[in-house]
Write a protein that binds this ligand. Structure first.
Ligand SMILES: NC(=O)c1ccc[n+]([C@@H]2O[C@H](COP(=O)([O-])OP(=O)(O)OC[C@H]3O[C@@H](n4cnc5c(N)ncnc54)[C@H](OP(=O)(O)O)[C@@H]3O)[C@@H](O)[C@H]2O)c1
Length: 280
């Protein structure tokens, strides 16, 4: 049973990754992102998920510094954007992200989207960064089973994490089972389906039963499925609410009720169709 925000999953290379963190997609650079990151860390969050394309890495870095928690207690993730895929360009993109964040290493660096032609070359750059001790863990995002199978044919190092869209309308059973078999930690993006699941009658009924909010029930469902989760909020009271999920446990029956909501329905792009930012 997970008991606190400090609880971690051990990645296949032994690195400890928090089960829970703050996402900052669409959080504005400047005071909005600085205040969100500070509020999260002040309230016990250890993990922050950003990306080059979010254009808020400088503010994330400032929020981290102003929060005053030692760097080594935090787990910071960023991602190489599609237009930077390729070996040399990925190595450069990593340096740019570090510089903007004002950090000298990341805990996790991800390939943001697979695209069609360059993810193996891009992966080689991530392997190089990892082997050189520049990053503590490397992974992918938005990889389906077929992308992972293809990457694994040539990879020297297996991705430690796959961050994908995951929520009760997209429960990704096959991908989750594949990742678990391979020792790849699944991480949920848009765990709240960007707010669209919060009025679902099944979720609100389960929430009432436990005296919890709809968001808390969904995020708890992630953890009990052994999926790392990174909800986004810019409001401190929601940042606190979302993390208050370590004092209850959903019954098997309620887990199954929520599983029953799956519709294989996405709020974001299908990874096989995502071409934005790619040159080919
Ligand atoms: N790898 C990728 O391709 C990818 C793609 C998308 C997202 N992500 C990552 O995943 C993170 C989370 O996903 P997301 O930002 O798309 O969506 P999300 O976390 O599912 O939902 C965020 C939305 O829900 C609202 N919200 C949050 N907590 C709430 C609560 N307790 N009650 C009511 N409303 C609440 C937020 O509004 P307020 O801010 O106003 O509270 C915001 O509108 C991102 O920030 C990003 O780090 C990664």
């Amino acid at each position: 049973m997970l008991t606190s925000l400090k609880d971690t999953t051990t990645l296949h290379n032994g690195v400890e990754m928090p089960w829970f963190g703050l996402g900052v997609f669409k959080v504005k650079e400047g005071s909005e992102v600085i205040e969100s990151v500070k509020a999260a860390i002040k309230n016990g969050y250890k993990s922050i998920d950003t990306a080059a394309i979010y254009q808020n890495e400088e503010g994330v870095g400032q929020g981290i510094r102003e929060a005053g928690v030692p760097r080594e207690e935090l787990f910071i993730t960023s991602k190489v954007w599609n237009s930077d895929q390729g070996y040399e360009s990925t190595l450069m993109a990593y340096e740019t992200s570090l510089e903007k964040l004002g950090l000298d290493y990341l805990d996790l660096y991800l390939i943001h989207w697979p695209g069609k032609t360059k993810y193996k070359e891009t992966w080689k750059a991530l392997e190089k960064l990892y082997k050189d001790g520049r990053v503590r863990a490397i992974g992918v995002s938005n990889f389906k089973v077929h992308h992972l199978e293809d990457l694994l044919k040539d990879a020297e190092i297996k991705p430690m994490v796959n961050q994908v869209e995951y929520h009760p309308h997209l429960s990704q059973k096959e991908l989750l089972a594949f990742c678990q078999k391979e020792g790849i930690q699944l991480e949920a993006w848009s765990p709240l389906k960007q707010g669209q699941l919060l009025n679902d009658p099944v979720i609100t009924e389960v929430a009432a039963k436990y005296g919890k909010s709809a968001a808390q029930v969904i995020l708890r469902w992630d953890l009990q499925n052994k999926v790392v989760t990174i909800p986004k909020s810019i409001k401190e009271h929601r940042i606190i609410e979302n993390a208050d999920i370590f004092d209850f446990e959903l019954s098997l029956e309620d887990m199954e009720k929520i599983d029953g909501l799956n519709k294989d329905e996405r709020v974001g792009s299908d990874p096989d169709e995502m071409s934005y930012g790619f040159s080919d």
